[in-house]
Design a protein around this ligand. Sequence first.
Ligand SMILES: *Cc1c(COP(=O)(O)O)cnc(C)c1O
Length: 221
Amino acid sequence: MSAADNLSFVRSEIAKAARAAGREPESVTLVVVSKTFEAADIRPVIAAGQRVFGENRVQEARGKWPALKAEVPDIELHLIGPLQTNKVKDALDLFDVIHSLDRPSLAAELAKEFAKREGRRPRLLVQVNTGAEPQKAGVLPEEADAFIARCRGDHGLAIDGLMCIPPFDENPAPHFALLAKIAARNGLDQLSMGMSADFATAIAFGATYVRVGSAIFGHRA
Ligand SMILES: *Cc1c(COP(=O)(O)O)cnc(C)c1O
């Protein structure tokens, strides 16, 4: 199966999961995760009509996306990995959505850079470490409300929604449910949750962005 074939399969699975949940398929945006893959691998997926892509490293994205964006101007690029404060400027030049706002120092740096720039500002999602895993980025669930309030109040940042990456070896459903609950009580519409193995479950719990890599490009080296 080619990546383009996989893309159409994933699209139909997304539509199926959405309808099963009584939702419109268009309410779910597929973010195709192209990390570790090169422009030559990505071009056929763009040619098949995909426009929304995710990368987890600023540096890697800088290496391949400016050229691809020059070829296809309506690409929307999402940062789904951790963002160091010294890479914020580069990230703002490249990304349309940042899924990994996870600490006060990053909120402060984003606010500082936004104040210097006219126009285009990426949409922001707060990452929540729903499994409270020490090695994983994200604010703890019990700290999420205060962090969101601080982003809005102290830094004047508009927050669009929340993102999570459930623990690898657990049933993801309770994590998706928790993220949806935190979003609802904070008046947030966007939920970035669900990857290749569990996007259908995430859609049942209200995902509006699913981040799918290996189901489209195959296994990463
Ligand atoms: C790599 C990655 C994905 C995609 O994972 P697959 O299992 O390949 O679909 C999704 N979200 C994040 C944050 C990632 O780093």
